[in-house]
Design a binder for this molecule. Structure first.
Ligand code: ADP
Ligand code: ADP
Ligand code: ZN
Length: 214
C-alpha cells in the first residue's frame, strides 16, 4: 500500500505516519526529515536547503524528488510507503507519479487532514521531538508519560525545530495554501482522496485512518 498524508504544517502528518510505521510496518518517507538530516550532516544539499527552510519557503522540486527517488530505490518492493510532506507542488505530484511507475508502485489513497488554521500555530510552537528516536510530542496535547523521559526509548534529550516559530509558520501556511492545497484536484479526479477531521484527538484521527486503510 502506498499513501500520501496531506495537510498544512502541524496537521498531524508525522504523528500519524509514525503510528502507521509502528503498527503496519510501513515506511515513512518524510522529505522534511530527509532535508533536516542533510542540514545536520552539512552536505552540499543541506547547506543549500537550510536558508530556504529557515524562512519557511519550499526547496526546489528537483531536490526533494531526487531524495524520494533514492529512498524508493533502497526500499523493499513489498513494503508500503507513507509520503509525508511530499508532494507539495503540482510538479512534485506529477513527478511522484513517474517515480511510482518507475518503481512498480501504485498510489492507493491520499488522506487529507483537515484542520483549523488557528490551531496550527499552537500545535507548531508546542511541538518537540525526542533527540534520540525522533518520537513526536507536544507541550500540552501529547506529553511523555513520565515528564522529561521519552516513552519510546527512555532518552531525556529533546529538541525543537528552528523553523517552528510563529512567524515561520505563517509563511509555511501561505506556501501550503498557494502551492500544496491546489494539488488536491489532481488526485480528486481519480477518486482517491479521503478527508479526515484533523482537529479530533490523535487516537480518533488514527482510528479514522485505520478505517480508511482496512
Ligand atoms: P511540516 O511537518 O511542519 O509540514 P516538514 O518537516 O514537512 O514540515 O518540512 C519542513 C521544511 O522542509 C518545509 O518548510 C520546506 O522548507 C522543506 N520541505 C519539506 N518537504 C518539502 C517538499 N516536498 N518540497 C519543498 N520543500 C520541502
Ligand atoms: P505535521 O507533521 O503535519 O507538521 P505533527 O505530526 O508534527 O504535524 O504534529 C504537530 C504537533 O501537534 C505535534 O507536537 C503533535 O504532537 C501535535 N498533534 C498532532 N496531532 C494532534 C491532534 N490530533 N491533536 C492535538 N495535537 C496533535
Ligand atoms: Zn525517544
Amino acid at each position: 500500500m502506498n499513501i500520501i498524508l496531506l495537510g498544512p504544517p502541524g496537521a498531524g502528518k508525522g504523528t500519524q505516519a509514525n503510528r502507521l510505521v509502528e503498527e503496519r510496518g510501513m515506511v515513512q518517507l518524510s522529505t522534511g526529515d530527509m532535508l533536516r538530516a542533510a542540514v545536520k550532516a552539512s552536505t552540499p544539499l543541506g547547506l543549500k536547503a537550510k536558508a530556504v527552510m529557515d524562512r519557511g519557503e519550499l526547496v526546489s522540486d528537483e531536490i526533494v524528488s531526487e531524495l524520494i527517488d533514492a529512498e524508493l530505490t533502497a526500499m523493499d518492493a513489498g513494503t508500503g510507503a507513507i509520503f509525508d510532506g511530499y508532494p507539495r507542488t503540482r510538479a512534485q505530484a506529477e513527478r511522484l507519479d513517474e517515480l511510482l511507475d518507475k518503481h512498480g508502485r501504485k498510489l492507493d489513497r491520499v488522506i487529507e487532514l483537515e484542520v483549523d488554521e488557528d490551531a496550527l500555530v499552537d500545535r507548531i510552537t508546542g511541538r518537540f521531538t525526542c533527540g534520540n528516536c525522533g518520537a513526536g510530542y507536544h507541550d500540552r496535547y501529547n506529553l511523555p508519560q513520565v515528564e522529561g523521559v521519552c516513552d519510546r526509548c527512555g532518552s531525556t534529550e529533546f529538541k525543537r525545530r528552528p523553523d517552528d516559530t510563529e512567524e515561520t509558520v505563517r509563511t509555511r501556511m501561505q506556501e501550503y495554501r498557494a502551492k500544496t492545497a491546489p494539488i488536491l484536484p489532481y488526485y480528486e479526479e481519480r477518486g482517491i482522496v479521503s478527508r479526515v477531521d484533523g482537529m479530533a484527538s490523535i487516537d480518533e484521527v488514527a482510528d479514522k485512518i485505520d478505517a480508511l486503510l482496512s
